[in-house]
Structures are given as structure tokens and as C-alpha cells.
Design a protein around this ligand. Structure first.
Ligand code: SAH
Length: 457
């Protein structure tokens, strides 16, 4: 069989017009229907492109020169924007980003979900879309005898040193710089991934936006941490709002950040933060939304779609530390939460208690196993909320929803593609997606969060 000819060859240079953006933020140009993806080009722009990779169904190009700029183009404020994988859209105006996310959700619902008619509202954005992240997890290594802490260069595990990050809360930047300085002072070696040597693997820090509290997590290869006492003393002196300093031990050769063991070096095991009127305890390894301002917007939307009167039993699947559960519990008769990380369920139970809720129950387990079990026990909720990780809901979980026949399902999604897939399944089994509200939890990035309101027909 002869290889089908592609309209471009590697190293060709050509003038292209861009008409769209991919889900990962690259500009899309087409030659006779054949797509060419070019990072950091925007719809409406034209430019000289050099082809760097050719595949049967698409090619990848590099922007050599922009000849016609979009009015939506902006100067990225971050000097390392092009090299760091963290943000993809700093060159696009914030208005443009919000429109892109709405369009992306709409396109995917049509293409993957076969649901072109579901209304997708304008993305709810932030007044100030910078310095919003409450959590940093920064890999640490060494180069030329110096400690480096930053991010992995594109397609590699080489750590590029990073002085600050424009989407991170300033407090998190401060922690990273301080720990780096103290590692040098106390002779703590950075981790060498290749040789599996050295001590400090990651600096993880979490800031409670509303409480002001700060947690510092030092992820180490072994139990040993030289000069532990002095290190803790210095952190406390330099950052008076630190309330928790913990060490997490990860002895494995792995990309996973955390190990199984966490030890408190000073202060509490958790930090506290509030969302609305509810106070939450958060452990190092528990999931907690990274954009506290938008979390309130997201949960308010989920609660509005749940439309509770006070008599309902509600399930919150993938409940984390019980954040959505407790929002719901304010307006429901009973809330059942399920989550796979044991520490998160410990936090959830504590959170119900410190806020005086007596109508919640939390279970550790895989939601796709616990939900069918609840069904077998006769649990019949009126409303089910799901907030799965990027891979979406397991089919066994969707099946349990269909069997339980709740009147409403609220689907909180951090990945429009799996949301669309799961909505397709639900709409083939007696449910209808009524509307979808994108909420911008991750400004400057292509990550896209959305809440869907689904009803039994
Ligand atoms: N609703 C929570 C958490 C959402 S993130 C919040 O808004 O904070 C998704 C959560 O699902 C994480 O806490 C993760 O640990 C959990 N998780 C991942 N896979 C799971 C599974 N198979 N069963 C139950 N929980 C799971």
C-alpha cells in the first residue's frame, strides 16, 4: 500500500491563517481540510509557520513570524511562559479565554456527546484572573551543585528554576523561595531522579485564602531530613502565618508526588479555610479546589442546580473533604458522601463535626463500587451530585445512578470530553442534560470546569 501523501513536508515554511484553538490551546490552520496545529497562534491571526512534525492526519508547526495579530492577543506577563507547561493561554485576552472555554464545552458536547442543542452559558470568570492558586507543588533537584526548584521543561524531566509564578498566591511563592534558601543553609540535597539519590523531592504549599493559614509540606525520599529542628524554627520565624509543617516520605521511584507516610514536624496536621460560611480542615494529601474565589461560584451553581427543598436525600460522589457535601447538607435532609482517599474522608467527618452538621455520612471507597452497594441497600436519593477526576465516571457508577432513578443529577466536571461522554450515556438511559455552566477555575490555562444540570425525563 502506498503511503497517502500529506499536503505538507517537514521543514516546509508557509503562510497560514488560523481559525480555531485546540483543547490544549494551539492555533489551528487548515490546508484542504488537513489541520496544522501551531502553539501560541490565535484564531483570526496569520503568520509564517515552519512545519516541525508531519503525521497522516495532522501536522505541527512552529510560529516563525506573525504577520497579522488578533485583537485578542496580549503580552504574556510571565517571562517563562513559553517554556513552562503550566499556562497555555497567557497570550490570549481574558475575555478571549472565557469565550474559548464556552465554545470548547459546546463543541465537545456536540462532537463527543451528540448533544448539539444543550444550552452552554457564558463562562463565569474572575474579576482578577492572576495569583489565584492556593496550592503549589514544586519539584526540587540539583544542577551544577545548586538547588533548583521550579517546573519540568517541555517533554523532559529537567527542572527549570522558577523565581515566582504569576498564577500562584504570593505566599506560596515565598514558601518555595524560603525552603530553597534553607535547604542550601542546612545542606539538604535536592533529589536526583535518575540516580534516586538526595533528600528533598518536592515542596508543596497550601494557603488558606480566607483564613490566611499556611501549610508547608516537605516531600523527602527517606525519613531522614538533616537539621529538621533548625529548619522548622527558621520557617516559623520567617513565615509567621505558617500553622502546619509536615514531612511526607516518598521512597519510591515514581512520578507520583506523595508517599504513604506523613509526619507532623510542627503545628497541626491540617490547615483550615472557609468557603462561604463553612470551615474546612484540609490534610496534605486531600484534594481541595485550587481556586478558592471560583470554588464558591462553582458550588453555588451546583447547589442551584440541585434545587433542594430540605426533604431530599442526596449523594455526593467523589466528595473529597466533603466540601460540596456540606454545601448541600445546609439544604438537604441527608447527604451521603463517598471518596477514595482515606485522609479526605477523615477530614470530611471532622468538617461535618466542626460545622455542626448531623445529617451527613461519609464512606471511604471507590464510588463505582460503593454506589451499586448503596443501591443494593435500598438507598434512593432524589438528587445525585458527581465531581469525578479527569477520567470521568466509571460506567458502573452511571449504571447505579440510572438504577437509583434520582430526579436530578448535577455533574461537576474538570474535563469536558468525559463530561460529554457521560452525558451521552445518561441521555441514552432516560436522562436529559438541561443546561451547562462553565466556571473558570483555571485562568491562563486551557483547563475547563463546567457544571451540568441533568433531569429524569
Ligand atoms: N468534590 C470535591 C472533590 C473533587 S476532586 C471538591 O470539590 O473538593 C475528585 C475527587 O475524587 C478527589 O478527591 C479524588 O481523590 C476522588 N476520587 C478519584 N477516584 C475516585 C473513585 N474511583 N472513587 C471515589 N473517589 C475518587
Amino acid at each position: 500500500m502506498s503511503k497517502q501523501a500529506t499536503p505538507v513536508k517537514k521543514n516546509d515554511t508557509m503562510q497560514l491563517s488560523f481559525e480555531d484553538l485546540t483543547h490544549d490551546g494551539a492555533g489551528v490552520a487548515k490546508l484542504d481540510g488537513y489541520p496544522i496545529f501551531v502553539p501560541r497562534a490565535l484564531p483570526g491571526e496569520e503568520g509564517q509557520v515552519k512545519i516541525v512534525k508531519v503525521k497522516k492526519n495532522f501536522a505541527i508547526g512552529r510560529l516563525v513570524e506573525l504577520t497579522d495579530e488578533s485583537e485578542n492577543r496580549e503580552e504574556p506577563p510571565c517571562p517563562i511562559f513559553k517554556r513552562c507547561g503550566g499556562c497555555q493561554l497567557q497570550h490570549l485576552s481574558y475575555e478571549g479565554q472565557l469565550e474559548y472555554k464556552q465554545k470548547h464545552v459546546k463543541d465537545v458536547l456536540a462532537r463527543i456527546g451528540g448533544l448539539p442543542d444543550v444550552p452552554v452559558h457564558a463562562t463565569l470568570g474572575m474579576a482578577d484572573p492572576w495569583r489565584y492558586r492556593n496550592k503549589a507543588q514544586v519539584p526540587v533537584g540539583e544542577r551544577g551543585g545548586h538547588i533548583v526548584a521550579g517546573f519540568y521543561a517541555e517533554r523532559s524531566h529537567e527542572i527549570v528554576d522558577m523565581p515566582n509564578c504569576v498564577i500562584q498566591h504570593e505566599e506560596n511563592d515565598k514558601v518555595v523561595q524560603l525552603v530553597k534558601k534553607l535547604a542550601v543553609k542546612y545542606g539538604i540535597r535536592g533529589y536526583d531522579e535518575e540516580k534516586h539519590r538526595g533528600t528533598l523531592r518536592h515542596i508543596v504549599t497550601r494557603h488558606g485564602k480566607n483564613s490566611g493559614e499556611l501549610m508547608v509540606v516537605l516531600v523527602t525520599r527517606g525519613k531522614e531530613l538533616p537539621n529538621k529542628k533548625n529548619l522548622v524554627q527558621d520557617i516559623r520565624e520567617e513565615l509567621p502565618n505558617v500553622t502546619s509543617i509536615v514531612q511526607n516520605i516518598n521512597p519510591k521511584r515514581t512520578n507520583v508526588i506523595f508517599g504513604e507516610k506523613t509526619e507532623v514536624l510542627w503545628g497541626e496536621e491540617v490547615i483550615y479555610d472557609t468557603i462561604g460560611d463553612i470551615r474546612f480542615a484540609i490534610s496534605a494529601r486531600s484534594f481541595y479546589q485550587v481556586n478558592p474565589t471560583q470554588t464558591k461560584v462553582l458550588y453555588d451553581q451546583a447547589l442551584a442546580y440541585a434545587n433542594l427543598s430540605g426533604n431530599e436525600t442526596v449523594i455526593d460522589a467523589y466528595c473529597g473533604i466533603g466540601t460540596i457535601s456540606l454545601f448541600l447538607a445546609q439544604k438537604a435532609k441527608k447527604v451521603l458522601g463517598v471518596e477514595i482517599v482515606p485522609e479526605a474522608i477523615t477530614d470530611a467527618k471532622k468538617n461535618a463535626e466542626i460545622n455542626g452538621f448531623t445529617n451527613t455520612e461519609f464512606v471511604v471507597g471507590e464510588a463505582e463500587k460503593v454506589m451499586p452497594w448503596w443501591y443494593a441497600q435500598g438507598v434512593r436519593p432524589e438528587v445525585i451530585v458527581v465531581d469525578p477526576p479527569r477520567k470521568g465516571c466509571d460506567e458502573a457508577l452511571l449504571e447505579a445512578i440510572i438504577n437509583m432513578k434520582p430526579k436530578r443529577v448535577v455533574y461537576v466536571s474538570c474535563n469536558p470530553a468525559t463530561l460529554a461522554r457521560d452525558l451521552k450515556y445518561l441521555s441514552e438511559h432516560g436522562y436529559e442534560a438541561k443546561e451547562v455552566q462553565p466556571v473558570d477555575m483555571f485562568p491562563q490555562t486551557t483547563h475547563c470546569e463546567a457544571v451540568a444540570k441533568i433531569e429524569l425525563v
